[in-house]
Write a protein that binds this ligand. Structure first.
Ligand code: UD1
Length: 340
């Protein structure tokens, strides 16, 4: 079986991707420092896939620890590098924390496996586009100056990866630029597990619906969008997880060399108010919400052109907004009854 090292494999996207890797016949090896994830997700994964995947609790910014890992796992064929800090606001407050963690971990992984024929998938983000000049945004749109240190780590990491390919690395590399992943696995055994107050929209919605939060604030209704609230390209996390399998299949072909980048979204915009409405309609649960001021650093609207992903990656989304909302709600109810 083809072994894939999954850094950040107990996180929201990582855990869903582990399931899809197993479904596709790959053998995941998980690395996670548990800084933003829960060790019990390993048990939850076991319930879904029927065995406990190999797991290393390890801080990837520790160079020696990563060298030891590579010595213990010399025969891996692929890496998915999810492990990174991702809170935009926090990155503005603590830039060094973000640059240190997100870069050291990437460099240590690249160094530890240098010289090997490895297919690498890098978790990038639509944040690299800033506010695009035209929508939907294509992969060839110019990258704008980053709005946050977090965004900067994604932009610079993409440059680093391009540079090592240009310098003749034996790696093949695909960066996936995720739009907004939401929802949860259909089993409701894994999902997004924010620590503290959720920063992202859908966990805030589900926590409000279950009564953990009194109300949700819509950050601005005076944007230049059809209903005045911000628009994003929300994608079901299971669809997004499957894009990683598609990336490995593409890299396994002889025709693929070097480096490429793909948008991973539905290609459709939804506003904050539309998401709130979709949640209420698809779950039958009313949300207590209010309109508030804009959030600093938010961009007005972004959604992806996914033509390249459909044609070259041979991948497209299958799950709709209602499935995203229902599955996120099922997961919220599950953890309310079965705290991890
Ligand atoms: C941003 C980044 C994304 C990054 C993610 C990490 C962009 C375009 N997106 O996502 O790349 O991976 O952060 O966290 O830079 N909202 C509310 N009320 C809330 C919470 C959110 O109205 O309580 C609104 C926001 O204003 C935004 C939308 O919901 O319009 C989505 O917000 P969020 O889930 O935080 O994701 P992004 O900011 O789009």
């Amino acid at each position: 079986m083809t072994k894939i090292l999954v850094t950040g494999g107990l996180g929201f996207i990582g855990s869903h991707t582990v399931v899809e890797l197993v479904n596709a016949g790959y053998e995941p090896v998980i690395v996670d420092d548990l800084s933003n994830s829960n060790p019990k997700i390993l048990d939850q994964l076991t319930k879904i896939i029927g065995f406990t995947p190999v797991f290393y609790k390890l801080d990837l910014s520790d160079e020696q620890a990563v060298k030891n890992l590579a010595a213990q796992q010399p025969d891996i064929a692929g890496i998915i590098h999810f492990a990174a800090f991702k809170a935009v606001g926090e990155s503005v407050q603590q830039p060094l924390k973000y640059y240190r963690n997100n870069f050291y971990s990437l460099f240590n992984i690249l160094n530890a496996y240098e010289g090997k024929q490895i297919n690498l998938v890098f978790s990038s983000s639509c944040t690299v586009y800033g506010q695009p000049d035209s929508l939907p945004v294509t992969e060839s749109a110019p990258v704008k100056p980053a709005e946050s240190p977090y965004g900067n780590t994604k932009q610079i990491a993409e440059e680093v990866l391009k540079d090592i390919i240009a310098a003749g690395s034996k790696f093949k590399i695909i960066s996936l630029r995720y739009f907004n992943p939401v929802g949860a696995h259909q089993s409701a055994l894994i999902g997004e597990l924010p620590i503290g107050v959720p920063q992202n929209l859908v966990p805030f919605i589900t926590q409000t619906a279950i009564g953990k939060r009194e109300k949700i604030t819509v950050f601005g209704d005076d944007y230049d969008t059809p209903d005045g609230s911000c628009q994003r390209d929300y994608i079901h996390v299971v669809d997004l997880a499957k894009a990683h399998v598609a990336a490995f299949k593409l890299m396994a072909t002889d025709g693929f060399t070097g480096y490429d980048v793909f948008n991973i979204g539905t290609g459709q915009p939804n506003s904050v108010l539309e998401i709130i409405n979709a949640f209420e309609q698809s779950t039958g649960v009313k949300l207590n919400y209010q309109i508030g001021p804009r959030r600093a650093g938010d961009i007005e609207k972004i959604w992806g052109d996914v033509t390249k992903s459909k044609n070259k990656l041979n991948w497209q989304t299958e799950l709709d907004i209602n499935t995203m909302m229902q599955s996120a709600w099922e997961w919220e109810k599950y953890i309310a009854n079965n705290p991890l």
